[in-house]
Ligand binder design. Sequence first.
Ligand code: SF4
Ligand code: SF4
Length: 396
Amino acid sequence: MSVIVDHTLLPALKQYGAFDIGACFNCGNCTAGCPLSKDDTTFPRKIIRYAQVGMRDSLLSSKELWTCYACGECSETCPRQAEPSEFMAAARRYAIGSYDRTGLARTMYTRPVLGTMIAVFLAAFFAIFMAAGHAIPSGGSLDLFAFVPEDLIHTIGIVVMVLVALAGVAGLVTMARQVGRSEGVGWRTVFGSRAAVGRSIRALWESIGVESLGQRRYREDCDADKATVPLYRRRWLLHALTMWGFLGLLAATILDYGLALVGIKATGTPVPIWYPVRLLGTIAGLMLVYGASMLIVERYRKASRSVAHSAPADWTLLALLWITGVTGFTLELALYLPQAPAWGYWVFLFHVAVAMELVLLAPFMKLAHVIYRPVALFFYALGRAPDQPDLQGGTR
Ligand code: SF4
Ligand code: SF4
């Protein structure tokens, strides 16, 4: 098989925040010290080597990029201070920028000021989109609809959302195809027979249920701070609470709109705290605010090697998650005050704009790992299935 060498790979990775991996002399200490590096998935040395020799395709098709949990232990053991953990994080950013064909992810990562301006513009746009679908409360002074027709804003908003969603799906398909090809997994491996479908379902459960939602390897293998850090500050728990909170809020929002669609309860109607959707939203919101707040504090304090270096993308994601959680609670407060205050409307717009931005821009930001990691873990689990046919037609 011929290998295309890309001499621009190393400088490009540096733009995404990779440290001085030229200092790496491939001793392998990092791989030996990585709690997740196993016979069938050896990293980070292998990925660093790909970067050093310009094997761009091999790097982009490595599931190992996504099976790393950024614990930072490899950086502790590196004798050359090449920061392999930071390199893995930068390589993931580079991969997100490469899977995305629109160039938006690349801009957000490599030109943080412009990326922030785009993010702010989009949040404002989403706020206007939402305002176009809701009556302005008396005393409100939003005059935009005087010169931009409400219907036009709504139509443009829908088109933007569809385009962004399609770009996200395209990135996911690109990533899955590249990793699948390098793993020798095609449609027939996944769907070709009843046995294949059974294996795929088990791999899907392992990747989404056990590893992504249950955080098994992060919790069990990648938890070096277990002896020194109390449970409420452990990395895996803060990561899990933030993820569960975000997904719980997303589920509560979808359920709330679903109940409105079938005519059971209009969105925004006050309900008791024990009402299932509100209870889910409240518990998820608490998890998100706690998890995101602690992650911000830990990162600000550089509390461990895993958060010793922060890229703008790390702060942007945490800030958006934190704002979503806090404005959600402020909105709830406004809704349940004896006389709903007018400021609740503006909090609503702000909250929805930031939340929409988080969901719609997920494929172009660090949040994309929520999508790419389960896909990589699916290939990982599929490769480890005991009855998985190997490329020679036997089993492994
Ligand atoms: S420990 Fe450091 S020098 Fe050794 S292979 Fe890993 S990154 Fe390179
Ligand atoms: S950051 Fe942790 S999981 Fe990732 S390569 Fe280094 S030691 Fe392994």
